[in-house]
Design a protein around this ligand. Structure first.
Ligand code: MF3
Ligand code: CO
Length: 276
């Protein structure tokens, strides 16, 4: 059963998603050549704490493994679930996917963005543009009366028309009371397939797109998913509420809430803002 959120639950989701979005903005603002992925992790952890949220990733259990960090930071050929490290220094020409999932007041908000580090190649620029646009097109299909497969098909069709491939080993998902709820939202599939979309669903739509082939493998750390062919990969994600008036993105970027400090980077000026 796909959970349908009540008005009260939706109000709480708005808050957790607003926090997830501003943590993501804060981390994104720090990306530059020379910073380590652990610096981004530290900034995220501090910002979550300041905004009264917890990471839904930290300690997240799959089998006997627990995820060891508060963020997933995936560089270049890393698709998702990259574990931050002091040893991983971002270099000019890299791309980095930042995935932030928080719990606040018992509800989960999930979002991700991929950004360039310094100057990147034309191919990688195109990969980022196409993946972000695929997310936009997928979200646009999250209409009451449509089916989940309409989202999947829109993402796949657009991505493949640009010669890139969609990852098949991981999928988007319902989100809210927990990080992963029904339904699964693949980034490939047939129009008109899957569950019918009804008002009050909260969906994490998240295209993962490879410049090369769709195949992936998991590194020996048990978490980091990389492309099998070593080609770069991009990831964008929003949590979306379905309504009679159409899809509403709950993780819309908003002004950074308060100061953001990277562990070893100079503080970045930030605009004051409020949680809506
Ligand atoms: N956005 C990712 C997902 O939906 C977050 C995973 S957190 C981890 O799967 F703990 F599994 F790494
Ligand atoms: Co997700």
């Amino acid at each position: 059963m796909i959970p349908i959120k009540t008005e009260r639950q939706i109000a709480a989701m708005r808050e957790s998603c607003a926090i997830a979005a501003s943590v993501l903005q804060a981390v994104k603002s720090l990306v530059r050549p020379g910073i380590s992925t652990q610096d981004l992790e530290e900034a995220a952890r501090a910002t979550m704490e300041r905004l009264g949220a917890r990471s839904a990733c930290y300690g997240y259990q799959v089998g006997s493994r627990r995820y060891p960090a508060h963020t997933c930071i995936s560089v270049n050929e890393e698709v998702v679930h990259g574990i931050p490290s002091f040893r991983r220094i971002l270099r000019d020409g890299d791309i980095v996917a930042i995935d932030i999932v928080v719990t606040a007041n018992g509800f989960v908000g999930d979002n991700a963005v991929s950004v360039p580090v310094g100057t990147i190649s034309a191919d990688t620029q195109r990969l980022l543009r196409v993946t972000e646009e695929a997310l936009r097109l997928g979200v646009a299909k999250a209409q009451v009366g449509n089916r989940i497969g309409d989202i999947s098909n829109a993402v796949q069709t657009y991505v493949e028309s640009h010669g890139f491939s969609v990852v098949r080993d991981m999928v988007g998902h319902g989100v809210g009371l927990s990080m992963h709820e029904e339904p699964q939202i693949p980034n490939f599939g047939r129009k008109g397939s899957g569950d019918r979309i009804r008002p009050g669903m909260t969906l994490a739509i998240e295209p993962m797109v490879n410049l090369g082939g769709h195949k992936t493998k998991t590194l020996s750390d048990g978490w980091t998913v990389v492309t099998a062919d070593g080609s770069p990969s991009a990831h964008f994600e929003h949590t979306v509420l379905t309504t009679e008036r159409g899809p509403e993105i709950l993780t819309i970027p908003r002004p950074i809430l308060g100061p953001v400090h990277a562990w070893s980077a100079p503080a970045t000026p930030s605009a004051p803002g409020n949680i809506s």
